[in-house]
Design a protein around this ligand. Structure first.
Ligand code: ZN
Length: 636
């Protein structure tokens, strides 16, 4: 099968968007410097990181012990990757100099044989490469490879790229056909090696990625054998639990999205990318099946995935508890990576729809409005007294903490938002694709420039101004799955265009300055879950455009479960301005509030009284007075 579309290169994108640019600015101006302080342990009261100090010790520039998780290095890698995208968007000499200094340190921490990992260098050098199941050496290498490629592409500086090529060569010399058998316990290096291959042209990196993907599950007892051979454990994880890390069967035989949801997404992303790179039909088919499993039956309305804190994992079809949801920010980010790679294989609106769902809801909810606090877990219901406290709710915190001992999500969110242009745009020889509505511009390989203006998600108006290049014929615009009616005008003329697989294809003899305008309504709508989702039975979710809405106690009082949204009641919008969360559009309706009983049970149904109800976008929850929250509202 042939790759249909190439992911937009960040160099070709400019973002100037009413919604996303302020968030990107927040990441550049606040989150990246804040994370830098965290990595250097300069934020009082935040969880200790020690990540930079680990590199200093490994580089021989400082004395001391390793501190942190076995994957602590990856926090530095993801921060560097976010820095690279930020520099690409907004040059900053001082930030670049500080990143260069971190890269110098990383180079010094690299061992003579190319090995790079501060945990094993400082703490257990004799245990290198013995515990792929638990110890994240390949995972950390993967993240640093991604940072290296991004930094090279943003700045032209190849020091980190060379460091990571040496590490990739070191890994390639050890693992593969006819060498030591091995697969990562936490996938990531597979997709990173594909990026490294594209940045360097070194085919061995493509082959090594293919080896790790194809080898996975071929020997489902690999981690057991590895465990028996080394006779020690790091976390005490069960090497027999092969669903957890998707090694229970060869990847082409896997039929359901299972196990740790972030691991799953990183693997599937790499599979889709490899299929696009090599034209491997069987790999594409497996990706398609896994995408359907993950998104048709196991995804929250917010784009969150991973229903259980136990193993941070998928459970079974239609099991989507709201209050004990895991829905890790990283998992929704991983789902965006996966969907984006699927788009390159086949341009279908459902992939762009999934990206949109995740981005505007379950990912953005991971960050406090001011960029200083982050969620790891993104529940769809919060109950004071239980959430964050009671054992089965312990993970579902009611407020964003400053940082985490396991700090995967904040830098992951930073790097995704800073590189958003790559997700919004794509191209092939003749066509430019607008997958997400993002104001700014895209310049394609043939010199076509498409300038876009967007008032999404608050309003349904997007326009494109085209300056055609040498081979451009078609502008393909994604129409979101939820949007049933829209108008398109070219210059002043309204035209009728069919939607093909979620896209409108405008092919014409383009003239400089041709303007395409897309208009649609973003009126509030009621969304229902498949009745097989137990937790959402009898409930309704309010959405407007791509945004999921929720109720908070600060607006609606306690016991949100007592509020009913009558089927016939109309929902109106209101423009709000709030000190803590800025300007946004709320949804308001007259609901019914059930009166409490005098005793726990009674023969009569509760009486109700009309009350005003206000819903806010889910991504903004938890930014005001702490309290109850729920997405799914009882309908009655
Ligand atoms: Zn995470």
């Amino acid at each position: 099968m042939k790759k249909m579309e190439n992911q937009g290169s960040l160099k070709r994108c400019r973002v100037k968007d009413n919604f996303w640019t302020p968030i990107q600015e927040l990441i550049s101006d606040t989150v990246i410097p804040y994370q830098e302080k965290i990595l250097n342990d300069k934020v009082p009261g935040a969880e200790k990181s020690h990540a930079i100090e680990n590199f200093r010790i490994a580089a021989g520039e400082s004395q001391g012990e390793f501190y942190g998780t076995v994957f602590q290095d990856s926090d530095v890698a993801k921060w560097l990757e976010a820095v690279a995208y930020s520099l690409e968007r907004k040059p900053d000499e001082k930030l670049e100099a500080r990143a260069d200094a971190v890269i110098d340190l990383i180079e010094k921490a690299q061992q003579p044989d190319g090995y790079l990992n501060t945990y094993f260098t400082i703490k257990e050098p004799e245990h290198r490469w013995q515990n792929l199941q638990e110890c994240h050496e390949l995972y950390c290498a993967g993240h640093m490879m991604e940072a290296a490629v991004a930094y090279y592409q943003a700045t032209g500086k190849d020091k980190l790229l060379k460091v990571m090529c040496r590490m990739a060569d070191h890994i390639d010399a050890r693992f593969g056909e006819g060498k030591q058998e091995g697969i990562p316990g936490h996938e990531e290096i597979e997709l990173a090696l594909l990026r490294l291959y594209r940045a360097t042209g070194e085919k061995r990196y493509l082959d090594l990625s293919a080896y790790f993907i194809n080898q996975r599950g071929k020997n489902p007892h690999f981690f057991e054998e590895e465990s028996a051979k080394r006779g020690w454990t790091h976390f005490g994880m069960d090497p027999k639990d092969t669903e957890y890390n998707q090694s229970y069967a060869p990847v082409r035989d896997q039929r359901e999205a299972v196990g740790h949801s972030v691991r799953a997404m990183y693997l599937y992303t790499a599979m889709a990318d490899l299929a696009a790179e090599t034209g491997d039909k069987s790999l594409y088919t497996a990706c398609r099946v896994l995408f359907e499993s993950a998104t048709h039956r196991r995804m929250y309305v917010t784009g969150g995935i991973g229903s259980s804190a136990h193993g941070e994992a998928f459970t079974q079809d239609y099991d989507l508890p709201n209050d004990t949801a895991y829905a890790e920010t990283c998992a929704a980010i991983g789902l965006v990576f996966f969907a984006r790679k699927m788009l390159s294989l086949e341009v279908k609106g459902e992939y762009a729809d999934v990206m949109e769902r995740c981005l505007y809801n379950g990912i953005l909810s991971g960050m406090q409005k001011d960029g200083s606090r982050f969620f790891y877990v993104n529940p769809l219901e919060v109950i004071p007294g239980l959430s964050g406290k009671w054992p089965e709710y312990k993970h579902a915190l009611p407020a964003r903490p400053k940082w985490y001992a396991c700090a995967c999500c904040p830098p992951n969110l930073a790097r995704l938002v800073e590189s958003l242009g790559e997700y919004a745009w794509g191209e092939n020889d003749t066509t430019i694709y607008s997958h997400l509505y993002l104001g700014g511009s895209y310049t394609s390989a043939d010199g076509t420039v498409v300038k876009s203006q967007s008032s999404y998600p608050w309003k349904g108006k997007v326009s494109y101004e085209v300056k055609p290049g040498t081979s451009f014929t078609t502008l393909a615009i994604h129409i979101p799955g939820w949007c049933k009616e829209f108008t398109i005008t070219v210059n002043e003329d309204e035209i009728a265009l069919p939607v093909k697989d979620g896209y409108c294809y405008l092919t014409r003899d383009w003239k400089d300055g041709d303007k395409v305008t897309l208009s649609f309504s973003v009126k509030p709508r009621r969304v229902y879950a498949d009745p097989r989702v137990r937790e959402d039975a009898g409930k309704v979710c309010l959405m407007r455009g791509p945004l999921v809405y929720c109720l908070e106690a600060v607006d609606n009082g306690k016991n949100l479960c007592r509020l009913l949204l009558p089927r016939s009641v109309s929902i109106v919008t209101a423009h709000e301005k709030d000190e803590d969360i800025g300007s946004y559009v709320s949804l308001r309706f007259t609901g019914l509030k059930e009166k409490s009983f005098k005793q726990l049970y009674q023969d009569q149904p509760p009486e109700t009284e009309p009350v005003p109800v206000k819903a806010i976008p889910y991504f903004l929850w938890g930014n005001r007075k702490q309290g109850e929250m729920r997405v799914w509202i009882n309908e009655g």
